[in-house]
Design a protein around this ligand. Structure first.
Ligand SMILES: [Zn+2]
Length: 318
């Protein structure tokens, strides 16, 4: 190979310098190109993390948007809660609901959605999700009088002549219960201890109690102190037995306080002494019936039992 002439050396050096400069420039360009590639890799990594789940509100679907019941009847409409998920709507089980009636004088509703007819009229019962109170469903409730229930002068009657149907199941009347608590508190202030032995009894409970008494004492004896099913005043939700189911209770300070004062709280001693022929029941100094303050005062001041006051009988048809 022929050696390059000396005059070419400066040219070669210049070419080598140019090459070095070009390589350095390429390296700079390569680094410069690489930098944005690294910065876009950040969103690429975050794209592999699932997005934060959006708050999906559930919806409530009642089985029905309206119910019609009679006074004292109860019903529990079903309600389904749905939550829209990725796979479509799915049931949400064991979801806590808050139930409310906009007119408890027409119908009440308890925490499990059991609606009870209280008085004739219409109202709206609302179920709301406990953790999404803005999510709710409404059920229109119509309450009509029960054809087989007797009111005389506005007073619900349950005695031997007038019975209640088996599906009359109102539970303890809330107004009567409030008055009872007021009376117990007032008695306590007078140093008298009163307590509830028995309150509301359903038709079926009374049927069981009565048949036990008949088995023990025979029907004629049982009819003097225990009501046949449908005839018990305890099924009205307006009667309470207090302290002791012994006639001697009437002579105790508690029994005497009750007889003298219960009218002030809307109650009467329902089965008075020496009125068995009229009321159909033996003397029960422990059994009080709620009538409201006005009527209770009138009945008390009359000295009459409720049958005499209203001019009705209490005799079984057969
Ligand atoms: Zn009783």
């Amino acid at each position: 190979m022929k050696k390059p002439p000396a005059s070419v050396w400066p040219l070669l050096c210049a070419a080598m310098l140019l090459c070095a400069a070009l390589l350095a420039g390429a390296a700079v360009l390569f680094v410069a190109d690489d930098a944005p590639a690294e910065s876009v890799s950040v969103p690429t990594e975050s794209a592999s993390v699932p997005p934060a789940p959006a708050e999906i509100e559930p919806s409530l679907l009642p089985d029905t948007d309206s119910v019609s019941i009679t006074i004292g009847q109860s019903c529990t409409p079903g309600i389904t809660m749905l939550r829209e998920g990725a796979d479509g709507a799915e049931d949400v089980e064991n979801q806590e609901l808050i139930w409310k009636s906009d007119d408890p004088a027409v119908a009440t509703v308890d925490g499990s959605g059991s609606i009870i007819g209280i008085g004739a009229g219409t109202c709206t019962v609302t179920a709301a999700c406990a953790d999404h109170t803005a999510v709710s469903a409404e059920i229109r409730v119509e309450v009509t009088p029960h054809a087989d229930i007797t009111y005389i002068d506005g007073i619900l009657i349950a005695n031997k002549t007038f019975s209640l149907p088996a599906d009359y199941n109102p539970g303890v009347d809330s107004e009567a219960n409030g008055a009872l608590n007021e009376m117990i508190e007032a008695a306590s202030g007078d140093g008298i201890a009163l307590w509830v032995v028995s309150g509301f009894r359903s038709y079926n409970t009374q049927a069981s109690i009565y048949s036990n008494y008949v088995a023990r004492d025979g029907a004629a004896a049982a009819d003097r102190y225990s009501a046949r099913p449908g005839h018990s005043e305890h099924q009205t939700g307006l009667a309470f037995d207090l302290n002791s189911l012994e006639q001697s209770f009437g002579a105790t300070p508690e029994g005497q306080w009750l007889a003298a004062n219960c009218w002030q709280y809307g109650f009467i001693i329902r089965y008075q002494e020496d009125k068995e022929e009229i009321t159909g029941y033996m003397y029960e100094p422990w059994h009080v019936r709620y009538l409201g303050k006005d009527i209770a005062q009138k009945v008390f001041e009359s000295g009459l039992c409720l049958e005499e006051y209203l001019g009705i009988t209490s005799v079984y048809a057969e």
